[in-house]
Design a protein around this ligand. Structure first.
Ligand SMILES: *Cc1c(COP(=O)(O)O)cnc(C)c1O
Length: 231
């Protein structure tokens, strides 16, 4: 068994049943992805549109591709034919563009709204007010006669904690995201809108996924602990 397969099996056996593993394969060659594939992994996450498109074209078609980077509106059309989940959506404008491209492909594309939880300026994402505003406008549209968002479904939230050794801080950030998730899930579940089903909380990477799971994560995005460090 290769080291990638050993890493993967070790991580998989440690995950609770309800937690989905996204194998983050950005910058890694197809051969590495195939090692994971041959060990049973079917969900892969990529950050760069061009790289994702190439890997999708070259690798087996039963792979579920997640886009986990920051998507520029003008590139949505390149992944719309096949992407199964877009993690980092942080504006209505981007949702509109994803919807447009999804409609052209006769698909409904699942999306996660990215929340800014880190104590760093550089990370993308919404604050609580912006999140609430987007969900409200989305719901208003879905309930109106001309739903602008028929071809997208908001299925949960995504966040990245601060890059720090301070486990207490990381824990607080994950707990905060979980509290938002619970609050908005309660609120929007009762709205019974087919295009908002908050069931996925994507948080946790190689360095912090165990903590994220203990705070309620349902989906972890793990790269370097499976494939080794990146250049
Ligand atoms: C690269 C990346 C990951 C994986 O990071 P590792 O530390 O290698 O596990 C997870 N999520 C996002 C959004 C990333 O960009």
């Amino acid at each position: 068994m290769s080291s990638i397969q050993q890493n993967l099996n070790k991580i998989k056996s440690s995950l609770p049943e309800q937690v989905t593993l996204v194998a983050v394969s950005k910058t890694k060659p197809n051969a590495d992805l195939m090692e994971a594939y041959n060990a049973g992994q079917r969900i892969f996450g990529e950050n760069y549109v061009q790289e994702l498109v190439e890997k999708h074209d070259q690798l087996p078609n039963d792979i579920e591709w997640h886009f986990i980077g920051h998507l520029q509106s003008r590139k949505a059309k390149l992944i719309a034919p096949f992407v199964s989940l877009i993690h980092g959506v942080d504006s209505l404008k981007l949702l509109q563009e994803i919807n447009k491209q999804a409609a052209k492909n006769n698909r409904v594309i699942d999306c996660l709204l990215q929340v800014h939880i880190a104590d760093e300026e550089t990370k993308f994402g919404l604050d609580e007010k912006e999140l609430e505003e987007i969900l409200k406008q989305f719901l208003d549209s879905a309930r109106s006669d001309n739903n602008e968002f028929k071809n997208v479904r908001i299925v949960g939230l995504m966040g990245m904690a601060t890059f720090t050794e301070d486990q207490n801080q990381v824990k607080k950030e994950f707990q905060y995201l979980k509290s938002l998730f619970d609050k908005f899930k309660r609120h929007f579940d009762s709205a019974q809108c087919d295009n908002i089903k908050l069931n996925t909380l994507s948080m946790g990477m190689s360095g912090d996924y165990e903590l994220a799971i203990s705070c309620g994560s349902t989906m972890v995005r793990i790269g370097s602990s499976i494939f080794g460090s990146r250049n």
